[in-house]
Design a protein around this ligand. Sequence first.
Ligand code: CP3
Length: 354
Amino acid sequence: MTELKNDVYLRALLRQPTTRTPIWMMRQAGRYLPEYRAVRAEAGDFMSVCQNPELACEVTLQPLRRFALDAAILFSDILTIPDAMGLGLYFETGEGPRFQRPLQDHASIAALPIPDPEQELRYVMDAVRTIRRELKGEVPLIGFSGSPWTLATYMVEGGSTKNFAKVKQMAFAEPQSLHLLLSKLADAVTLYLNAQIAAGAQAVMIFDTWGGVLSPRDYREFSLAYMQRIVDGLTREAEGRRVPVTLFTKNGGQWLADMAATGADALGVDWTTDLASARAAVGERVALQGNMDPSMLYASPQRIRDEVKTILASYGEGHGHVFNLGHGIHPTVDPEHAAAFIDAVHEFSPAYHR
Ligand code: CP3
């Protein structure tokens, strides 16, 4: 394998010394970039881009050509696993993801197969291998998956939801069915992430987008317990380096100490929690990633620069901070504003690493 030229992101995740704060953006490849929209239009739909390793590689690299980012993230989706389990993923324009065959009952959960990543999800592993080759060691590649709870919300609801009625009904009225589903998903995610690592992913991130809709007790029972199982089963070293794992529960600011106790290397933080209090909660145990409100990218470049300064000061001196947005970049953001954001992190962060 080619030597890694920029390891600032991997070092920061492990709280090792760096000369500046690394930066990448959630959903950095996507519709706010005209060059992404062109590939998407050519391919027809989003899943066709994901399933074509050359196109997935191309859109993964697009933001790196424009901006001085410190990591690439695999272009794919968290819903590839449920699709490979046979639920039939499709995207209705403007409606978000949908499943043709959402889970209805215990029997359909019991019958769910656990996908072999190099078979049913081979297109993802081929994308990882292609991207690693084309990155030529410039920056590390992040692999990812959804958390079992977040995947289960889509599988039981049949798509996006506002009140989580069906999946919470299952949680509270038929907990044994939901636990069976979460347990299968934890196995599937562990295999999937380990296969991504074997294919060349140099760090992995677990997106628990919907853990924050649960009560503290239910969060531990239905989300955190299954992320713990994944962390315990992950390959933690490859190519002679540690493979850091980042957990991100959106709206999970009150549970950071519990999340740190899983043994993850880093935690994602959204903008509803101050980095200073997040750091106080986790101490020296984990690195922190975040946490600018993605909507701040609608402000003027000057306002964005000021916000970057505020967030750097909030984390404070020392290592272990990966700059990011607190959630995905919005499709209507001006790429010039993203550039101002990234440049500001490069300009102002070295002062915190002396
Ligand atoms: O960050 C990156 O650049 C990597 C790509 C990535 C995508 N989805 C591409 C995508 C990642 C890491 C994801 C994760 C994902 N997918 C999550 C967890 C993170 C989060 O955002 O909370 C979730 C919940 C999903 C499920 C999903 N996929 C939804 C709800 C949607 C529709 C939302 C939308 O913006 O339309 C998708 C589609 C999707 N995934 C798009 C992209 C670029 C938009 C597809 C398109 O129209 O081109």
